[in-house]
Design a protein around this ligand. Structure first.
Ligand code: G16
Length: 546
């Protein structure tokens, strides 16, 4: 086989963040950068003889990167790569394919909800054989290799076109090109009461799904329109674009009320459809909206958990619910009622893997618009949408009525996240460090009229494998059950993003009709008094409130 060995490029000890390695596209596409990281992955996992899945969200550089990775896989002795047609796979579909085909792992090309394009972001994530993001032990090994290897290997043979489904070879390596949607759609058929959802649409139920010009367009068209009979106008922005529509309308594939504002505004209108949802660049995140109501990801997890048994895939009940630390405690209340375990993990889907594998958690969710279950080992945007549809099809109530009934039973965890973006990294780290240094002194003090009951840095010991991780965010708890959490984003590529997560609980008998910012005003004021973020960053309000 004609293989050439090249010198590596410096990776600068850059560690993969919350979700793999994520950098500016220009960095990723600079000479040798992608190649060095891929070689590190192949060395870390022991490439010879392995079967890998490969796919990405179709953003700018996806096709070039796919071709490079295939040529490197062949040169490094990988036996087989199962790749999505045209190099495309949504992240949950990739996770499913790894599991379905019993692959040794997979490489997912995406920077998720981050913007795409030549001036946008690119990313690479390695997932292990269970279909989930590599745990720290594996990512540490990849980083160690990335910073010490001196050469990478690539076959001189050009990578074949991936435009047709079928089996090919590349210098002795088998290359199976698969339909990105089919296997995933079959899995969804198995999990949900499709005839009931079909009947819901047939009854005149109106929905909009905003694919945000990202990877889920073809998945949503196949499942919602072709299989479930939704009107073709259900899917908005369904044609994937390499820059997610940045050029044509400032598109940014982050499904939240800020970046999916047209959808949000549509649903706040009195003539709104019954239900709406959006997904992100790689299809693992979701936003849920009903007529005149936005469902926070934390509430969505709680409602899905409380009603999961209405779907055939969960008819036997769920074993446990896991949520990340900054996610509200709404799902804990559901777990308590169901008499099942509730877990609080660090931010990052990889921390759910052991709980899912051990059968201790069935549903997982994060405040960052991620919800999923044991059907794959990633969060799954369309899955969440389909579970909502299944619940709506069986209960035949509006989203708002379902939320109102949920809060009347469990109480409401008012919740909001305030983001301060592109803050100078040193300044952001200083704010966190200063607060960390004062944690022991905060309990018992009163800030803006709220009594601090405890303050701590979140550390986590995995209940399944005993692995321990520290420095996972700062938590300030207030009398009455309010919490403020602070951490720096692990997915940004420009400066630092300070995330402040705010939560306040109103019991079943209390008022659930307040605007979240109003319900949280005391905890917001107390948090500013304690942290001084606005003063120190010179900003009088967060850049994004969600
Ligand atoms: C990634 C992880 C999520 C995590 C999120 C946090 O999301 O997969 O599990 O919650 O990052 O982001 P940050 O560190 O910016 O708060 P994604 O959708 O970007 O892959």
């Amino acid at each position: 086989m004609p293989v050439t060995t090249y010198p590596t490029a410096p990776i600068d000890g850059q560690v993969p963040g919350t979700s793999g390695l994520r950098k500016k596209t220009q960095v990723f596409s600079s000479p040798g950068y992608l190649e060095t990281y891929v070689q590190a992955v192949l060395n870390a996992i022991g490439a010879p003889g392995k079967t890998l899945v490969l796919g990405g969200d179709g953003r700018f550089f996806n096709d070039t990167a796919s071709a490079i990775i295939l040529r490197m896989a062949a040169a490094n002795g990988v036996a087989k790569v199962i790749v999505g047609q045209n190099g495309i796979l949504s992240t949950p579909a990739a996770s499913h394919l790894i599991r379905l085909r019993k692959a040794d792992g997979g490489i997912i090309l995406s920077a998720s909800h981050n913007p795409g394009g030549p001036d946008g972001d690119f990313g690479l994530k390695y997932n292990i054989a269970n279909g989930g993001p590599a745990p720290e032990s594996v990512t540490d090994e990849i980083v160690s290799k990335a910073t010490t290897i001196t050469e990478y290997h690539m076959t001189d043979t050009a990578a074949p076109s991936l435009s047709q489904v079928g089996t090919l070879t590349l210098d002795g390596m088998t290359l199976e090109v698969v339909d990105p949607v089919e296997d995933y759609a079959v899995l969804m058929d198995e999990l949900f009461e499709m005839p009931a959802i079909r009947a819901l649409f047939a009854s005149g139920f109106r929905m909009r799904f905003d694919a945000m010009h990202a990877v889920t367009g073809p998945y949503a068209k196949e499942i919602l329109v072709n299989r479930l009979g939704a009107h073709p106008n259900t899917v908005l922005n369904g044609a994937p674009l390499k820059d997610f529509g940045a050029q044509i309308g400032g598109g940014h594939p982050d499904p939240n009320p800020v970046w999916a504002k047209p959808l949000y505004d549509l649903m706040m209108d009195e003539d709104a459809p019954d239900f709406a949802a959006a997904s992100d660049g790689d299809g693992d995140r979701n936003m849920i909206l009903g007529r005149d109501i936005y469902v926070t990801p934390s509430d969505s997890l709680a409602v899905l958990a409380a009603n999961a048994d209405l779907a055939p895939g969960y008819a036997g009940g769920i074993n446990g619910i896991a949520r990340s630390m900054p996610t509200s405690g709404a799902s804990d209340r559901v777990a308590k009622k169901l008499g099942i375990e509730a877990f609080q993990t660090p931010t990052g889907w990889k921390y759910f893997g052991t709980l899912l594998d051990a059968g201790r958690a069935t549903l997982c969710g994060e405040e960052s618009a991620g919800t999923g279950s044991n059907h794959v080992r990633e969060k799954d945007g369309l899955w969440a949408v389909l579970l909502w549809l299944n619940i709506l099809a069986v209960r035949r109530e509006s989203v708002a009525d379902i939320l109102t009934a949920h809060w009347a039973e469990f109480g409401r965890n008012y919740y909001s996240r305030h983001d301060y973006e592109a803050v100078d990294s040193g300044l952001a780290e200083g704010i966190v460090a200063d607060l960390r240094a004062r944690l022991d002194t905060l309990a018992g003090t009163t800030a803006a009229g709220s009594l601090v009951t405890s303050a701590e840095e979140f550390a986590y010991t995995d209940p399944v494998d005993g692995s321990h991780t520290t420095n996972q965010g700062l938590i300030i708890s207030f009398e009455g059950g309010a919490r403020a959490m602070l951490r720096l984003s692990g997915t940004g590529t420009e400066g630092a993003t300070i995330r402040v997560y705010l939560e306040n609980y109103a019991g079943p008998e209390e008022d659930h009709s307040l605007d979240a910012q109003v319900a949280l005003k005391d905890v917001i004021a107390a948090t500013e008094e304690i942290t001084g973020i606005r003063t120190r960053t010179g900003r009088d309000h967060p850049d994004v409130i969600s």
